[in-house]
Structures are given as C-alpha cells and as structure tokens.
Design a protein around this ligand. Structure first.
Ligand code: NAD
Ligand code: LMR
Length: 333
C-alpha cells in the first residue's frame, strides 16, 4: 500500500499533479493538503474510478498532520510562482519559510517518507528541507529529491523538435544535470539518445542549450503575470513520483534525474564530486532509485569541452544557492 501526499495540492501544479496521481493505479491513498480549497479538490478527484482513496485537508484541526500520517511519498509544489522579470531566487523570500514549515511537519509526522521538492528555488529549497530534517535527527539523504524532471522533459521535446519528429519526443533521453535555474541547468546534448543532425552548428547547439536552460522563462513570459509552468510540471512531477512509487513497490533498475545530496550514495557521490572538480553538497544527475531510496548517482560520463564549460559555469551559482538554503535554517556544512 502506498500513500502519496501533495502539499500545495490546490495550486496550479498541485491540482493536475493530484489528478495524475489519482489516475495512477500504483497509488492506494492520496492525501491533499493546502491552505485553501483542498476539500473541493479532494471531493472532485474522489469520484474518479481508480483505486486511490482521496482525502483533503486544510490547516485547522491538525490538517497537515492528518495529511502526512502514513505518507510514503510527499510531493511539495507549495509556494508562489514567478512573474515576468523575476528569477527563481526572487521566490526565496516567501517560499523558504513555506518549505521550512512543511518540512517540519514531515520531520515530525512522516520522517521516513520520500520527499520530492518542486517549490522554487529548488537549488535552495532542497537544502532547506535537509537542514530541517537534520535538526530533527531524521535526515536520510537517500530519500530527498529535488524534482528536475521538467528540464529533462523539455530537453526531450526540444531535441525531437530539432530532428523534426515529435512522435519520438517521449523516447528521446537527454541527461540534464547540475541544478534547476538558468545556467545551473546543464543539458548533456552530446549524450542524447537521438543524436542531433550532423549539420548542427555550434551556434545551434548553444541556442538549444539556452532554450533548455531558460525554458521556464518561455512559459512565464507567455503566461504574462499569471504564473509559471503548471501543466508540464504536473506531467513531469507525476512521471518522477510514479518512478519513485514503482521503486518503493519493488521495481528495480529505475533511473531518474534528480537534484540530490551527494552523500545519498557516498561512493558514487564522491566520484561525481571528482568529475565536476568541486566538493558541492548537492547536484542533479541521473540516479538509480530502489525501495530504500537512492542506490547510486550516475557518473556524468564523457563530456564535450562545451559541456565541461557549462558545468564550470553552473558551479558558482549552485554553491551560492545551496549556502543560502543551508544558512536559512542555521545549518553549517
Ligand atoms: P500556485 O500559486 O498556483 O500554487 C501554489 C499553491 O501552494 C497554492 O494553492 C497555495 O495556496 C499553496 N500554498 C501556499 N502556502 C502554502 C502552505 N504554507 N502550505 C500548503 N500550501 C501552500 O503555484 P504553482 O504554479 O503551482 O507553483 C508552485 C511552485 O512550484 C512555485 O514555487 C514554482 O516556482 C514551482 N515550480 C517548480 C518547477 C520545477 O521544475 N521544480 C516547475 C514549475 C513550478
Ligand atoms: C520551470 O522551470 O518552469 C519552473 O522552475 C518555473 C519557473 O519559474 O520557471
């Protein structure tokens, strides 16, 4: 039996994500928590003829505690989204406190749950969750994931567009590593399962890389003040959550990209630090996930000089973002 919980379930991401989780036969129980509207969202979803039993909670009467009780997987899309002109880091002021408080709930009620963080800025909110869990003595780096799947979904789609065949989009695999903001998003296009056309120039490669790095801005601009990616994020978040749930249910060989603490698997984490030439605490890479969490962090493998440059350009911002999250909770390295 798997209970999945969505914190921020009434939001732009939360609602379609909850829908996709309700549609999954792998979910047995679905807990929905938000500061508004969850009873309505839960009532609505509960009429769908799939196995998951749906419950919706608001803050009064220990709603967060009730939602989290028995949770195996907690997905967090709670928090404010960007408006045009903002960076993800501009969201820190509001979202850091929201994520801290939700993480405190998880630490006390469901300390063994797998935690999937969507709330931005992911590069900092994941360290916030880790520091809260550490303060409660329940941090297990194998079970904490920053959700970077949307970057991977975008890379697949944009490569399929370049090769002019959207029918292969879901089969195109492109590792996207680093973090989840601007230059920290590093698509390794040289490792795309569907190679780029041989006529592809360095300028075109740069343009495609930039498009993946700033794909979120495309949506923020098009929504024109009404928020950021919600539907594609819900798709990506559900894809990642279902992989995690499959792993919990015993499926082996599951690999998914995620932003993780590099101690999640010490041997492979240390090897990755060596590859990037920096002792970073967190980095996103494809990870092997098993029933107990992260089994292995995959190496980056052979990189082009261009990609090596992108990784080096990502490191300073990642370092700053990580430190900002850690010091918000008062932790130290
Ligand atoms: P939204 O405003 O539509 O929804 C957010 C929801 O969070 C709202 O329903 C709100 O009531 C709820 N909320 C606020 N404070 C809360 C609290 N203390 N407890 C529980 N719920 C609370 O925003 P959205 O478009 O769904 O985006 C949510 C977050 O996801 C943003 O921070 C956004 O930047 C981020 N995001 C991340 C990715 C990614 O790739 N990781 C992609 C898209 C968006
Ligand atoms: C995205 O990549 O779409 C999200 O991180 C939302 C944003 O602010 O761009």
């Amino acid at each position: 039996m798997v209970k999945a919980v969505v914190l921020g379930a009434a939001g732009g991401i939360g609602q379609p994500l909850a829908l996709l989780l309700k549609a999954s036969p792998l979910v047995d129980q679905l807990g929905l928590y938000d500061i508004v509207n969850t009873p309505g969202v839960a009532a609505d979803l509960s009429h769908i003829a799939t196995p998951a039993k749906v419950e919706g909670y608001l803050p009064p009467d220990d709603g967060l505690k009730k939602a989290l009780t028995g949770a195996d997987v907690v997905v967090i899309p709670a928090g404010v989204p960007r408006k045009p002109g903002m960076t993800r880091d501009d969201l820190f002021k509001i979202n850091a406190g929201i994520v801290r408080d939700l993480a405190t709930g998880i630490a006390t009620v469901a300390p063994k749950a797998f935690i999937l963080v969507i709330s931005n800025p992911v590069n900092s909110t994941v360290p916030i969750v880790a520091e809260v869990l550490k303060k409660h003595g329940v941090f297990d780096p194998k079970r904490l994931f920053g959700v970077t799947t949307l970057d991977v979904v975008r890379a697949s789609t944009f490569v399929a567009e370049v090769i002019n065949d959207l029918s292969v989009a879901s089969k195109v695999v492109v590792p996207v590593v680093g973090g989840h903001s601007g230059v920290t998003i590093v698509p390794l296009l040289s490792q795309s399962s569907h190679p780029l056309p041989s006529s592809f120039s360095q300028d075109q490669l740069q343009a495609l890389t930039t498009r993946v790095q700033f794909g979120g801005d495309e949506v923020v601009k098009a929504k024109d003040g009404a928020g950021s990616a919600t539907l594609s994020m819900a798709y990506a978040g559900a894809e990642f959550a279902v992989k995690v749930i499959s792993a919990i249910k015993g499926e082996t060989g599951i690999v998914a990209p995620s932003y993780v603490h590099l101690s999640a698997d010490k041997t492979s984490g240390d090897a990755l630090k060596k590859e990037i030439g920096k002792d970073l605490e967190y980095f996103s890479a494809p990870v092997v996930i098993g029933a107990e969490g992260v089994v292995e962090i995959k190496p980056l493998g052979k990189l082009t000089d261009f990609e090596k440059g992108l990784i080096q350009a990502a490191i300073p911002e990642l370092e700053t973002n990580i430190e900002k999250g850690v010091s918000f909770i008062g932790g130290s390295k």
